[in-house]
Write a protein that binds this ligand. Structure first.
Ligand code: ADP
Length: 263
């Protein structure tokens, strides 16, 4: 099923969560980025087009400047994201460099998606970049957003981006293999849900636990992202980004995941 979805999709949005981007010390995991970029380059050579939605600005900021981690003041948080975004993009640039692929930064806010002219501009920019073989790396523009006007999590940002770009497939990489009937971090006997064709029924049948580590959205926002994508005819896969060569393994049908069907 997963391999088939990849095979029939040309335009693919891949979101990478903070827990997947960070290593055990809470720094940007450059080895992961390099490996991901190499696998992405192979996919692109086979004719796929990719847009990446990348979290991790805050953690990159904390590890870059090594202070303010505990400051509650919103301006410090935003300052950390502003510092970290540079680190993050530098890491992505280095990761794609060996494959000769350029990356581009798009920092978006909720307002951008509700304004027709901005939406059209973003869409055209995305199409132009991708047509030219560049990989757009999207993140929320945390430095200009206060909580009230935030999209707030990159699962939602990824689904909005997938809809905006008219993607064929949305992939969310997290630190779990997919949606389980209960939180797998708390229950050893949790069972993976492999295929979802009725999201309302899924929500009624599973229990949702707490988020961990650097995560912001948790499983709820991933399910909401699926609802949005599927309502626009875009299927979504939730999978473990930290497994060995996860992208390649998914494409080959060697790795499990939760598939949200769109038809
Ligand atoms: P990311 O940083 O990748 O966006 P999050 O930490 O925000 O990830 O969300 C994923 C986490 O949600 C998982 O690591 C898991 O602990 C938690 N979770 C809670 N309930 C469930 C469930 N029913 N199925 C899967 N994961 C769940």
């Amino acid at each position: 099923m997963i391999a088939k979805l990849f095979a029939r999709s040309r335009k693919i949005v891949i979101k990478i969560g903070s827990n997947t981007l960070a290593d055990a010390e809470g720094k940007i995991d450059r080895a992961f980025l390099a490996s991901f970029a190499e696998q992405a380059a192979v996919l692109m050579k086979s004719g796929k087009q990719l847009v990446v939605v990348s979290s991790g600005a805050r953690i990159a900021g904390i590890s870059a400047i090594d202070k303010w981690a505990r400051k509650k003041d919103i301006h410090y948080k935003q300052a950390l994201c502003a510092i970290g975004q540079v680190e993050l993009m530098e890491a992505w640039k280095k990761a794609f460099e060996p494959s000769g692929i350029h990356i581009a930064q798009l920092l978006l806010t909720r307002d951008d998606f509700s304004d027709d002219i901005r939406t059209l501009n973003m869409r055209n920019t995305l199409f132009t970049l991708v047509d030219e073989g560049v990989v757009p790396v999207i993140n929320e523009n945390d430095s200009v957003c206060v909580d009230e006007i935030k999209i707030g999590d990159n699962d939602t940002l990824a689904s909005l981006s997938a809809v905006l770009w008219s993607a064929d497939l949305l992939v969310l990489f997290s630190d779990i293999d997919g949606v389980y009937d209960k939180n797998p971090k708390e229950h050893g006997d949790a069972v993976l849900v492999e295929t979802v064709s009725d999201i309302a029924a899924l929500k009624a049948s599973i229990s949702i636990g707490t988020t961990n580590g650097f995560g912001t959205g948790g499983i709820s926002t991933k399910i909401e992202a699926a609802e949005k994508a599927v309502s626009y005819g875009i299927p979504m896969i939730l999978a473990h980004g930290g497994r060995p060569r996860a992208l390649e393994a998914l494409v080959a049908g060697r790795q499990p995941g939760t598939v949200f069907l769109a038809d």
